[in-house]
Design a protein around this ligand. Sequence first.
Ligand code: GLU
Length: 608
Amino acid sequence: MPRRRTSLFALATLVAGGIAAAGPAAAQEPLPEKRSLAIGTGGAVATVDPDATRIGLEVLADGGNAADAAVAAAAALGVTEPYSAGIGGGGFFVYHDAATGTVSTIDGRETAPLAMGADAFLDEQGDPLPFQEAVQSGLSVGTPGTPLTWARALELFGTLPLSEALAGATRLADEGFVVDETFRQQTAENEEKFRRFPATVELFLPGGALPEVGTRLRNPDLARTYELLAAEGVEPMYSGALAEDVVRTAQDPTEAPGTAPVRAGLLELGDLERYEALVREPTRIEYRGLEVYGMAPPSSGGSTVGEALNVLERFPLADVPEDAALHHYLEASALAFADRNAYVGDPAHVQVPLAELLSDEFAAERACGIAPDRALTKPLPAGDPDGEYGPCPAEAAATPPAGQEGPSTTHLTVADADGNVASYTLTIEQTGGSGITVPGRGFLLNNELTDFTFAPADVSTPEPNLPAPGKRPRSSMAPTIVLQDGAPVLALGSPGGATIITTVLQTLVGRVDRDLSLLDAIAAPRASQRNAAAGQAEPGFIEAHGPQLTALGHAFTPTPEIGAATGIELLPGGLLLAAAEPERRGGGSAGVVQDVLVEADGLAPDLG
Ligand code: GLU
């Protein structure tokens, strides 16, 4: 987190860098231009992908609002980011509605079949299934929530019918998109998994080979599926022929000849028919005079980001050296993860002490162990959010580590000129999901049910995230919207499994406390401490901060990249600033309806 503001020079470099990176010489077709920063008026969109950003901006330019554009961009990501998002998956939609001044959320989380019991991910000997065996199976497929999320978002907040919101993505699926290096690499990483399922080979390994950078990948099957939804609404996905295809495929995916059969899915038509995208109260905490809204359980995003911020608010992070601020960030994150792992699950199945987890009193108790000159020994025990808080409690047993979560998913942020803001994270869980394509329909099925904890780490400790009939697995997705004096000022989110939480938290600390511009806060090297003996850290983070932080007792495992954030800031005077990764995941794509040139000092007004 370098403490500096984006200069106009830096801005020009990043923008040009984004464009240059997008056009390798070997390309048969040029890749669409993308930039990591855009400032202007009329609305803004930030996604990982230039086609999705363009389609969202077109909707805004045509008079659609942030909800319309978010659905349009998400549908486009189903085409260009099919390994991270699509109608075979789920997600969480957080929305600021300017007309009412309220923040609401839609929980479109995939859901376990009624036939799924607590032992679903144990083998015949009672041992947890190998993770990849569970991923690549019908068993891991939960009822998709994304189609109903789109329908609910449009019905509650939008101005367009689904048919119009899907029009751009349908065209994109028909015409195809130009394969970039990231897409090719993700396909290569999934090749073995994809080759198990002929329908997936047909779709993503054209002619049986990896798609070449610069070639066009079309998905007419998905275009027809979008047309079906445009004509009939999302019902066919939950009770019609499309639903029957989903269920049949999950129950008995067609494998390539000679491939060992995968575990069968438990989904029934009744599971799809009964599925609901739920409107939930957002989580809300106050941080340095700002209101931070996030996603409530079954996501642990809002509660964990919120608890960590409440802990951090007790320390003057703006006034200490950068390494000291990062030390506190890592400690607060570890504490909040201990509590997340112990207490957060689907609220329909477990009592989540959400109000206590987000209370200042609980945060004060949790913060009391943080010392400026030494790191706590991890893993840390969970706290006791029981409403009775006193002096620092005695040491208790360490909380069990969280289950395995994948590094996939995608986040998009949209704001319109009226102050409506959508912060939407969607996923099919692992990159490439289960690897199973619904034949003839053009989309992959999720493996979201592997987000359940397969078996309790310790039988004497309650585990809130075991599978159960009709339960939603705990998520880490953390779409966030920040208000100041009742008006939205910032929205952001990221993919990255459980690192989503730390990416959002670190970016907020960078922007709010360290006075970085949003782009600098997003670009800063990341570390993720999730209550493990060693946190993960990017090489740039280790290089810049490793010696100072390890001297305090922190440990880091290097990892090439953490997260791929996007965000939008609503600047004074009605300007919108959209920011996306300059480099991670090949760089994201930020855009505004109408560009405006701005002096550097306007890029990072004081927040909080
Ligand atoms: N399934 C994860 C979650 O809901 C997200 C997947 C990822 O980002 O890798 O938290």
